[in-house]
Ligand binder design. Structure first.
Ligand SMILES: [Zn+2]
Length: 104
């Protein structure tokens, strides 16, 4: 059972089950909020990855296909996966943000 100490007199009192019920409800609400936010982050990540993929242009030339980021235009690359971005490209910034969130 939870207890709390009075800051004025130092007396410790036991809190009833009602308090533990309130705490349990608060914890459940916070867990629900965290779950909803994690789901939103997953959707944002999926949206950003689709948008990033869409923003890689495929050019056909005499030597075959080349790929270029339409955001930063950092150059032409042999494959979509090998496209490099500038440090300030929105796709680079998105990737850094995902790394900070512990995602790929
Ligand atoms: Zn780019």
């Amino acid at each position: 059972m939870a207890s709390v100490m009075c800051l004025e007199c130092g007396t410790t009192i036991q809190l009833g089950e009602w308090y533990e019920d309130v705490e349990s409800k608060k914890i459940a609400e916070l867990q629900s909020t965290i779950t909803a936010q994690v789901d939103i982050i997953k959707l944002l990540k999926e949206d950003a990855e689709m948008l990033a993929d869409y923003l890689i242009a495929e050019w056909h030339g005499k030597d075959g296909f080349t790929f270029e980021c339409q955001v930063c235009e950092a150059g032409f690359f042999e494959t979509k996966e090998s496209v490099k971005h500038t440090d300030d490209c929105l796709i680079t910034l998105h990737t850094q943000l995902m790394n900070e969130l512990g995602e790929k």
